[in-house]
Design a protein around this ligand. Sequence first.
Ligand code: SAM
Ligand code: SF4
Length: 589
Amino acid sequence: MPLDVYLETFGCQMNELDSELVSSQLRALGYRFTERIDDARVVLFNTCSVREHAEQKVWSRLGELAVRKVRQPELVVGVLGCMAEREGDGLMKRMPVVDILVGPAELDKLPALLDNAVRTRISLAIDAPAPPPPEVDSLPSFIKKSLVSAGQIALQGTSSRRSQTLAAAGDQLELLDLSRATSPDDHSGSAYVRITRGCNKFCTYCVVPFTRGAEIHRPPEHIVDECKRLADAGIIEVTLLGQTVNHYRFEHGAAVTVDGVTQPQKGRVYRTGEDFADAYAGERVTTFAGLLKRIHDEVPGIQRLRFVTSYPKSFGNDVLQVIRESPRICRYLHVPAQSGSDRMLKAMNRGYTVQEYLDFLARAREFLHQPEIGRPLTVAGDIIVGFPGETEEDHLATAELLRTARYKNCFIFKYSPRPGTTAYDKLADDVPEETKRRRNNELLKLQLEISTRVGEEFIGRTMQVFVQGVSKRDSKRRAAEAACGTGSPGVESWASRGVALSIEGRVAPSTPVSAAGVAELKTPSEDLPNEMGGLPTQLSGRTEGDLIVLFDAPAGRSPESLVGQIVPVWIESSKMLSLMGRLAISAGV
Ligand code: SAM
Ligand code: SF4
């Protein structure tokens, strides 16, 4: 009988992609997925360690499962991702409810471990001898494996794993990305594609280089092929993922092939932007600019090509030039500054000054900000407040940076000391929590004002919007009305489907686009009502610059028929982080 698995993802887009790959692998082996944790025989948490708060959520969820496991001993619990890597078998000792622990670099081993854990749990529940440990004993020695107690097993990469893996020229994790299966009937129209793993930057506050290892670049052929397969399945938007995407570089002369599979390559450490001026080294080297160009030119089915996250240093004009020349590459950059104070940037080991950061933004805008042809550049950022030693003067400098950078939105985080990082070991966390909170709130308030003003620049324009689903407001309204049966006749079934649409974003596969780049709207496949309680259904989507746009499904159209399409929306107003508009076709624009 198939086992029901509940998989919950904490943290970043990289984790969302890992979860998708893991579920696709488990589905192929016959596991079924459930959205209700209470129905699951296997519970997997894919965890994040970037801030302590994210880890605390997982600890408390594990505490709840410990209570459940007393009455349901056959329950299998797995912790995947960065917490598994950072905490190691100590996590299992503290939380014996956990059966499996798999770090981000060992996710391809999950099926073997899960199979063994399920068999062990059954034998423990019926008091029979546990099966022998899984084949993980035959794993190479560079993988740290610990059998903590009966049935419990932890897999972590060791810090030297990367170099040894490359020396052995066998990166099994690449096979996980390569094995991705996307069904044409079961996707949101949008997908992530990894281009690099890990990070070489060692910002002093950050755990990522420790939990995800050194920077590794995937072969460009694998990335382009993956994009082609996604496009064939009906995906129209691809977001390339990496911690420092602009550092992507693959040297073909140094490529190693094992069993017919080209292996990923170690990243190198760059000193200046000049290193990136060789994008057109042709067949010898594929740089980030070359990779973008290849995907854009070779996979025209991808109507939106995006990438995150960019590092403000070593971002060459070659990349900006390729974006400018390519109509399907989004003019959107997520390029964190972290602070507006040079003193803080130095303590964070970011490797640039505030002026260098602003010079980069000015250069990017010079190349890419063309509102006159309907192609403005939008920029998003990240800021950390309350880093050790941050004074009021540093804080004011960061506020000034926000005003100058004019982000369309900015993620503002309170500094969270992370064990194992340089900041944790060497710098006292000396900014009081109350001060961190106040600075955080001040910057959030300032950024909201800036975001509203940036949004106002779009009023009166028609923007191409990728429709993602029913807006949060209407999803809640539908769920509430469905729960108390107050929806209009025929609405209840749609109400529950509306929620599913916005949560899972399941859509029809393709969006035809006319030569003019305007979506030819699909005929509604079903006669679903477009209003509830007399009000039209509000849809939510994103512009190429990642601005959120809210608009009402027009009368006589099923909202479902618009989801997953790129449609023209005429912008009427800007409110905080969202633009409000009208479907241009119905508005007659
Ligand atoms: N690689 C990306 C870069 O450097 O731009 C960011 C990746 S990191 C997972 C996402 C964001 O988390 C960072 O940009 C930073 O603002 C924030 N972050 C990382 N470590 C943090 C910490 N210890 N405390 C608070 N925020 C942190
Ligand atoms: Fe962390 Fe810095 Fe690497 Fe980003 S660049 S993942 S903040 S170490």
